[in-house]
Design a protein around this ligand. Sequence first.
Ligand SMILES: *[C@@H]1O[C@H](CO)[C@@H](O)[C@H](O)[C@H]1NC(C)=O
Ligand SMILES: *[C@@H]1O[C@H](CO)[C@@H](O)[C@H](O)[C@H]1NC(C)=O
Ligand SMILES: *[C@@H]1O[C@H](CO)[C@@H](O)[C@H](O)[C@H]1NC(C)=O
Ligand SMILES: *[C@@H]1O[C@H](CO)[C@@H](O)[C@H](O)[C@H]1NC(C)=O
Ligand SMILES: *[C@@H]1O[C@H](CO)[C@@H](O)[C@H](O)[C@H]1NC(C)=O
Ligand SMILES: *[C@@H]1O[C@H](CO)[C@@H](O)[C@H](O)[C@H]1NC(C)=O
Length: 631
Amino acid sequence: MGFLPFGFCILFLFFFCSVQAQQAYIGQGTNNCSVTTNSALGYSCNGVNRTCQSYLTFRAQPPFTTVASISTLMGSNPSQLAAINSVPQTATFNTNQLVIVPVTCSCSGQYYQSNTSYVVQPGESFFLIANDTLQGLSTCQAIRNGNSRTTVNIFPGQRLNVPLRCACPTRNQTGQGINYILSYSVTWGDMVSTASSRFDGDTNWTLQANGLTQQSATIFPFTTLLIPLQNPPSSIQTVSPPPPPASPPPPVQPSTPGSSSSKTWVHIIAGVVGGIVATLAIVGIVVYCLRFRRRKVKLEPTGTSSESFEAAEKKSTKNKKEGVDGLSGVVDQGLRIHDFEELKLATGDFSSRLSERVYKGVINGQEVAIKKTSRNVSSEVNLLRKINHFNLISLAAAYQHQDEYYLVYKYMENGSLKDWLQKKGISLNEARSWSRRLQIALDIANGLHYLHNFTEPPYVHKDISSSNILLDADLRAKIANFSLARSAEVALYASSSIRVAKGAKGYLAPEYVEYGLVIPEIDVYAFGVVLLELVTRKEAVFLEKEREVLLSEAIVVILSGEHSESALCDFVDPGLHPKQQMVIVLRMMKLILACLAKEPEDRPSMGEIVSSLSKIQLDVYRSEFMYCSSS
Ligand SMILES: *[C@@H]1O[C@H](CO)[C@@H](O)[C@H](O)[C@H]1NC(C)=O
Ligand SMILES: *[C@@H]1O[C@H](CO)[C@@H](O)[C@H](O)[C@H]1NC(C)=O
Ligand SMILES: *[C@@H]1O[C@H](CO)[C@@H](O)[C@H](O)[C@H]1NC(C)=O
Ligand SMILES: *[C@@H]1O[C@H](CO)[C@@H](O)[C@H](O)[C@H]1NC(C)=O
Ligand SMILES: *[C@@H]1O[C@H](CO)[C@@H](O)[C@H](O)[C@H]1NC(C)=O
Ligand SMILES: *[C@@H]1O[C@H](CO)[C@@H](O)[C@H](O)[C@H]1NC(C)=O
């Protein structure tokens, strides 16, 4: 009895969708790969034009976080992708950042699609490729269809054609002034209205374009929602409430598809409320900062018994010209030290030591590293206040007690890169060691790129070494110890004064030692040495036959000698399988030698380095999986 009306309802809905909707929303049609509905194969080819410019959205996820890797994955043009997201072509996006991907959409048979190709990784199924890697921009059904396969029979290393879901405006839409259709990849907490208005789309048009109604507007994560637009999307629209930069998830771990489909349709309003709250908070912070700048607020929070930093700065006139104006800006990243007792308590009376003058502690349940120093930290703090980058250490708090300064940083679980590389524990055949080390290299390069180009004025770190690179729990790297950092302009100006080359032995660029030049290129040189350490697991200065050898010189000797390839093989960390990975080794060596060029103008910029490393990383990501799976 009850069955007939129900069946009729479904039939009616189906009829309604196929007639009224310009494109049917896919709903849960992505979940069962053995059921192929029309909407799972793509959007019907019912637009005015058979080919059009269209856009997809993708959330950056390792290893797809750079302009190069995302455009390769999506079959998009890297320069267009960089332009529409307002970033340089060498840029790396933060994990989870929304990226606009411009593509050409065209009819293939009865469906619209944008073509890309994809190399299958071990353990991946059509479903994992469509859902996890491509974030629902394709479906298992469409990929299988695009490769004329009837079974789930794919193998690692196989190159697949992947149709991405896109559409072109229909006559109805062009009549309403719509010029583009954005394929938005839905995530947790999205609603039709929030997704549309984010891109200046109209909710009613979006509902109509997807065959949804106000009453049934439920959308599911990892599906596409078509958003009709009058103007192309822009980078401003991809900025969301800032995610906590603390710990991005580790590289994509293929997981098995399955049981979680029930939770996929939870409709979360909290996301929207959170978004509004976060937006208000950002506006608040901006207003606060602007006022703070103008008024040059007196620094207060660091306790009654202590003298303020500002007073301390007045005593030291040396740093005056760098415009030190108080520390409040950074002294408020969630932590606030009220008195010295708190620091003593946090560190167990400075009992747990990480290194000389660096202590481990817990404040507000948060693990921290506390650095004690008697030198004036105001210029360092002033710099740290200006920077906010995932790959540069950020100051959580600062405190002064008597003549000592205490700088509080987030604790980095894996310690310094130097210690990590020298640790006996990391086994020589550690899985994925190339990609891990390349990620560390890219992290450092990105941090330096930011420091050299996006701070005002540009800064030079001056003390890049593997001991000043710290690794968090996920082995993501952050550059630390900005005590020698200074702005490039001031530095050049001051280069005629008496100088003693400061910085760690083994990392000093020739022009710095000889002429005291403080230019970004000296960081590039030091970075070259760090890269070399990453690849060889040897120290920057090591002992050979009881003689101190500089790593930067040893490599030149090896590469210019006879049988250089086999000597190189012996020199590189065996854990990186240099024999099998000679191509990668040689590409890295080329980059390293460029960084170590004698003349600073012959060295690449950090931006160029980021770009080269990203390309190597992508190739490594592929080849390493191939290698591991075949051995
Ligand atoms: C997928 O659909 C097929 C055919 O309708 C059915 O036999 C199978 O149980 C479904 N699988 C899941 C996981 O729902
Ligand atoms: C995309 O691929 C399909 C077949 O895989 C092909 O028919 C179509 O022409 C391709 N489109 C473009 C624009 O290359
Ligand atoms: C689809 O991919 C996302 C992101 O990787 C994952 O969280 C989700 O569980 C996947 N869906 C299913 C049904 O496996
Ligand atoms: C075209 O748009 C009108 C409203 O502007 C709507 O009533 C009609 O159903 C649409 N036609 C199609 C085929 O979507
Ligand atoms: C359709 O094609 C024509 C001619 O190439 C072009 O002028 C028009 O802008 C296109 N319309 C859309 C919506 O892409
Ligand atoms: C959207 O449609 C609803 C109901 O059809 C209407 O009440 C509302 O005003 C419309 N909104 C806009 C922005 O056109």
